[in-house]
Design a protein around this ligand. Structure first.
Ligand code: 1PR
Length: 523
């Protein structure tokens, strides 16, 4: 029986699912006594440092946790579960950590996108049974803006390189904690969990020479999901956002089945977009929650879900906040949530005053779950203009002239799945969302969606140059070469595709074999 410390701030379901997939039984801690009585304790910290410590204090978990750690019984901390072990964090300077290890937690101060999101390697500094039966050159999934800085280097188990060399896991006796997420790191991550759970395996894993590690570019499979006219939930695919063909919604398969297939084929991440979320409130009728629950049972790479994250009042007058919708998605197995339409409205409000209210969906979700858990999905459409100062928007000079030979364009934000254009450009939207607390931008492009013409490189450069958070390039992938192009001509950290994967035109493995040796990827 494995005890899991769930303090209610995020997705612990993934950890539970991963452990259960290894044939173990999990007990979720509900009292301090449960911590004291645990034989093996897993602490999957999620969210923001201050909020985590606040809840641990409120639930009276701090003293039992400290007692458990001092007893040197098997402990596995994950992500914030590693950071919690230290004395404090820059993320919440007034809050005291558990202080089990001397040192603190610092924000990345580097010239690369922060959060550090994606698959990176480990330089193993000391033998450990958790690396048993691994080669040592696998990549693991990270998602964090802060990293631990131990005062005592003897506890360092691994380091990782991302603009600087940081400590990516520690080991002190039976206390092990990782900044990366084993539960989201595919087969290699499951191996680490298995090694941790199998006490008695005393074989030490490899110690690799410190050659440096590199963050991999991610290949994301996207599933646009909605009900078809028979009421069945299907994966559909638009052609420039029009998902109907001869009047009927295109049906390209079942969401859970396709997600499982893409996981097995090597997708580094899977995104579900509930594309009618703007009109069908996701907590009223819950098929997307079921899709997430089922998918997260067998898919051990990060899952993002978008659609319908906004404040809502149901027909009985019950009010829901965007934060509650996000919370339900996290509880059902999402690692990140993505906001589309509501982000546009939030930014429009912000631009009226230039002041943060602290109450927008973006600010609230990132405060509680951390910015790394919040993606903004942008649905822009190219609008040509004759001169760079023709409109009060971020205009770019384009190499693809407009119908009347225009050499300039801007990217208009839309809401409700492209149905309504707004007086706001994608570059400004991305910039403001970063300021409000977004951790990543999913950059679609209506003009390219479903066309197989390749990504809109000009759009991606305009947005990626304007923000310091990671950008996921989306829309238009038609061949492996398009992925190479987007990774070499832009700063995008990942590239997303839908149609070519659904229609079996280009499998994920073909994209990866083409990129191998050209671009850093997870094999
Ligand atoms: O506005 O917060 O409720 O979120 C709704 C979400 O649904 C948004 O993220 C929005 O992008 C998405 N969405 C709404 N309508 C559509 C549609 O297609 N009619 N899909 C839609 C967006 C774009 C990508 C697509 C890529 C790659 N689809 O997700 O997967 O363009 O496609 P390709 O590789 O085939 O070119 P809210």
């Amino acid at each position: 029986m494995i005890a899991i410390l769930d303090y209610g701030a995020g997705n612990v379901r993934s950890v539970i699912n991963a452990i259960e997939s290894l044939g173990e039984t999990v007990k979720v801690v509900v009292t301090g006594e449960d911590i004291l009585n645990a034989e093996k304790l897993v602490f999957p910290g999620v969210g923001a440092f201050g909020n985590m410590i606040h809840i641990l204090n409120k639930k009276n978990y701090v003293a039992p946790l400290k007692a458990y750690l001092s007893s040197n019984r098997p402990f596995l901390g994950i992500c914030l579960g590693l950071q919690a072990l230290f004395e404090g964090s820059d993320e919440a300077p007034d809050v005291t950590g558990l202080g089990f290890l001397p040192g603190s937690v610092k924000k990345f101060a580097i010239d690369l996108s922060v959060p550090h999101i994606g698959w990176n390697g480990l330089n193993i500094k000391q033998p450990s049974r958790i690396f048993d039966r691994l080669c040592g050159d696998e990549k693991f999934y990270f998602v964090h803006s802060y990293h631990v800085v131990p005062s005592n280097s003897t506890d360092t188990l691994t380091t990782t390189d991302y603009g600087c060399v940081f400590v990516s896991s520690i080991q002190k006796g039976n206390i092990i904690a990782t900044q990366f997420h084993p539960e989201k790191s595919g087969k290699a991550g499951l191996r680490i969990l298995k090694n941790f759970l199998e006490t008695g395996t005393e074989q030490a894993g490899p110690v690799t020479a410190s050659e440096g590690t590199r963050l991999a570019k991610r290949i994301v499979a996207c599933l646009d999901v909605r009900s078809n006219d028979n009421g069945d939930l299907v994966v559909t695919k638009g052609d420039r956002y029009d998902v109907r063909e001869k009047g009927a919604v295109r049906n390209l398969g079942k969401p859970v089945t396709l997600a499982e297939r893409y996981y097995l084929e090597g997708a580094d991440e899977i995104t579900f977009l509930n594309i009618t979320g703007f009109r069908d409130f996701p907590l009223e009728d819950t098929p997307m929650l079921d899709v997430l629950k089922k998918t997260s049972r067998n898919v051990f790479v990060p899952l993002t879900i978008g659609g319908g994250i906004r404040d809502y009042t149901d027909k009985n007058g019950r009010k829901y906040t965007a934060l509650e919708v996000a919370a339900e998605y996290f509880r059902s197995g999402a690692d990140k949530v993505s906001i589309g339409s509501d982000a546009v409205l939030v930014v429009e409000e912000y631009l009226k005053t230039g002041r943060k209210t602290g109450q927008s969906a973006i600010e609230e979700i990132s405060r509680v779950y951390g910015n790394q858990a919040l993606v903004i999905s942008i649905d822009p459409r190219r609008v040509y203009v004759k001169s760079p100062d023709a409109v009060g928007h971020q205009v770019i000079e384009t190499a693809i002239p407009g119908p009347e030979g225009e050499r300039y364009c801007w990217y208009q934000c839309t809401i409700k799945g492209g149905r309504e254009g707004r007086d706001l450009d994608a570059v400004t939207l991305a910039r403001v969302c970063e300021k409000l607390g977004a951790g990543e931008i999913l950059l679609n492009c209506i003009d390219r969606d479903g066309t197989n013409l390749g990504f809109d490189i000009e759009l991606i450069n305009a947005v990626a140059d304007a923000v310091s958070i990671p950008v996921i390039a989306s829309s238009g992938a038609g061949s492996p070469e398009h992925f190479y192009e987007v990774f070499t001509k832009t700063e995008a950290e990942s590239a997303l595709a839908a149609g070519i994967f659904h229609r079996n035109e280009v499998p994920i493995s073909a994209v990866k074999s083409y990129l191998k040796d050209k671009v850093e990827i997870r094999p």
